[in-house]
Design a protein around this ligand. Structure first.
Ligand code: 4GX
Length: 244
């Protein structure tokens, strides 16, 4: 999979994404990341990429031309010109990103992220190039870079080979709309607090039962809204009833 990011702050993206799991996946050539500096595509003699809003009002608006030219430079580079890549615009006005969307986007060959700043981008170029308006949540940020990175991080871990553990992505939080059970590692006792006995018992059936119950307790206490869409067995439902 190839990620492209159209941004005024390419270093911010590159420096963050070269670290950790995403960085290793790039080294392994499982995925690639190319940032495109929108400022490189302005024809303005002072390299301006923004201007005052028509109709007045506070702040500045990113101009259409450099954004369009930056986008076109990515299209020119993509060999498979039959299929136009999806272009994701990060905006609080978008559909809220979740695990399902992450898994769907992980199926794409190429993804282009468009990061706005100031008061946003001239609507005309958005109408021409954007296929998906996406928000990472109901709060206001200063730009689209962090949301783009959040999305790439999440999408990458759905791509085969990115995680060390082949099966782990499948079993994690949100896969079946239940939160993860708690984890423990050595030592057995830390500041007087012991690891739950069942985890030291070696009794795999009991461990599975305990973990399932912990997941149910956590979801009930912390994210009860998720339970509506969880796949619950008769046993799960009976256990949940003991919590009310
Ligand atoms: N999830 N932002 C985009 C620029 C902007 C301003 C006005 C459209 C209209 C955000 C979020 C987010 C801040 C990114 C404003 N775009 N993006 N930026 N939450 O808050 O995705």
């Amino acid at each position: 999979m190839n990620f492209y990011v159209l941004t005024l702050f390419p270093d911010m993206i590159e420096n963050a994404m070269k670290e950790s799991i995403f960085g290793r996946a790039m080294e392994k050539k499982i995925l690639s990341l190319k940032t495109v500096n929108i400022r490189d595509f302005t024809n303005d003699k002072h390299k301006h990429v923004d201007d005052y809003p028509y109709g007045g009002g506070a702040g500045m608006v990113m101009q259409a031309e450099p954004v369009y030219n930056a986008y076109q430079s990515v299209l020119d580079e993509i060999t498979d010109k039959e299929k136009k890549p999806r272009v994701i615009y990060l905006t609080p006005q978008g559909k809220v990103f979740d695990q399902k969307m992450s898994e769907e986007l992980a199926q794409e060959e190429n993804l282009i992220f468009l990061c706005g700043h100031y008061e946003g981008i001239d609507e005309r170029v958005l109408e021409m190039i954007v296929t998906d308006n996406v928000s990472i949540g109901d709060y206001v940020l200063t730009g689209g870079e962090l949301p783009a990175m959040v999305m790439m991080d999440s999408i990458s871990r759905n791509i085969p080979g990115v995680l060390n553990n082949e099966v782990s992505a499948e079993f994690e939080s949100f896969h079946d709309n239940l939160l993860e059970y708690p984890q423990y590692t050595r030592p057995e006792e830390f500041m007087g607090k012991k690891v739950p006995d069942v985890l030291l018992s070696g009794h795999h059936a009991n461990i599975e039962k305990w973990r399932r119950e912990q997941s149910l307790i956590r979801t009930y206490e912390r994210r009860p809204d998720l339970l509506e869409n969880a796949e619950l067995s008769k046993k799960d439902i009976a256990f949940l009833k003991t919590l009310c």
